[in-house]
Design a binder for this molecule. Structure first.
Ligand code: C2E
Ligand code: CA
Ligand code: CA
Ligand code: CA
Length: 276
């Protein structure tokens, strides 16, 4: 039994080492990706249901590895957060997205930009200054930047998070609560944060034609409206979902039904150039 226990321990150890090794390899590749600029930003349009116009895009990072091809952000953002590499990566995204949006605005497109802000970024003591600097540098009015944060992140260090978000809000930046409905927090918690909108998670939109889910989305929307928040539906994939959402009085929709995330030039060709 003693022998077996020893073997188990070694086996466990080997598995652990493989896990750690894999991470180290990916971490090194991430560092290299930053140096060699293997990242790209795709932009996914958001439609305003009141005006039927594209009013914003969301910046979504893409990593094209020279050998492995496209690696999903879901597969590398967590490690980037763990290692702190999300700080340089996030700053790059923020600056690129502000630069692109400023260019679009100069071309006469009245667009805002949504940028995802990870937990680790929000914990960084320089984050408020980093964001202000990016806006000034690219001459983008703060009211045209929407930072997307998640519920879980806001809870971790509430006092510190609140302080930073308030500074950003005072500066004029908008704040959206992403993936709403998937976290632990209640709707009353919402009123504590200086947010300006909520993005209802795709999981609710998937079954929006289920009566129960529809009622939930309707209730979230009504409560959000009653405390002055705008409501966005993400992950809208078909006409039926789109029609139902439109009937519930939400402000904005985003999803493959309208457009997938696209490189900037394709957004111009396929979305912005199309006159409605
Ligand atoms: P998210 O912020 O919730 O972004 C929405 C995700 O849903 C994106 O996946 C988008 O491409 C996808 N999506 C949009 N519409 C549809 C639809 O109709 N159907 C389906 N099935 N999917 C749709 P993506 O680009 O793979 O990003 C995954 C997550 O990675 C994001 O989730 C976000 O949490 C994170 N992420 C992406 N870019 C960044 C970034 O620049 N910084 C940070 N911190 N996180 C990022
Ligand atoms: Ca998002
Ligand atoms: Ca989301
Ligand atoms: Ca998400």
């Amino acid at each position: 039994a003693k022998e077996k226990g020893k073997n188990n321990y070694q086996f466990f150890n080997r598995e652990m080492n493989e896990e750690i090794l894999k991470k180290l390899v990916l971490e090194n590749q991430l560092r290299k990706a930053i140096e060699e600029q293997q990242f790209q930003i795709y932009y996914q349009p958001l439609l305003d249901l009141r005006t039927n116009r594209i009013v914003s895009t969301e910046a979504l990072i893409r990593w094209e590895h020279p050998e492995k091809g496209f690696i999903s952000p879901a597969d590398f953002i967590p490690l980037a957060e763990e290692t702190g590499l999300i700080l340089p990566i996030g700053e790059w995204v923020l600056n690129e997205a502000c630069k692109q949006t400023s260019m679009w605005r100069d071309q006469g497109f009245d667009l805002s930009i949504s940028v995802n802000l990870s937990n680790r970024q929000l914990m960084n003591e320089n984050i408020v200054e980093t964001i202000k600097t990016a806006l000034r540098h690219h001459q983008l009015d703060p009211k045209h930047l929407i930072l997307e944060i998640t519920e879980s992140m806001a809870i971790i260090n509430l006092a510190d998070t609140l302080h930073k978000l308030k500074q950003l809000r005072d500066f004029g930046v908008h704040i959206a609560l992403d993936d709403f409905g998937t976290g632990y927090s209640s709707l009353s918690y919402l009123s504590m944060l200086p947010i300006t909108s909520v993005k209802i998670d795709k999981s609710f939109i998937d079954d929006i034609n289920n009566r129960m889910k529809k009622e939930i989305v309707k209730s979230i929307t009504n409560i959000a409206h009653s405390i002055g928040l705008k409501v966005v539906a993400e992950g809208v994939e078909d006409e039926q979902q789109f029609t139902t959402i439109r009937s519930l009085g939400l402000e904005r929709v985003q999803g493959y039904y309208l457009s997938p995330p696209l490189p900037a030039d394709e957004v111009e060709e396929k979305v912005l150039a199309v006159k409605v």
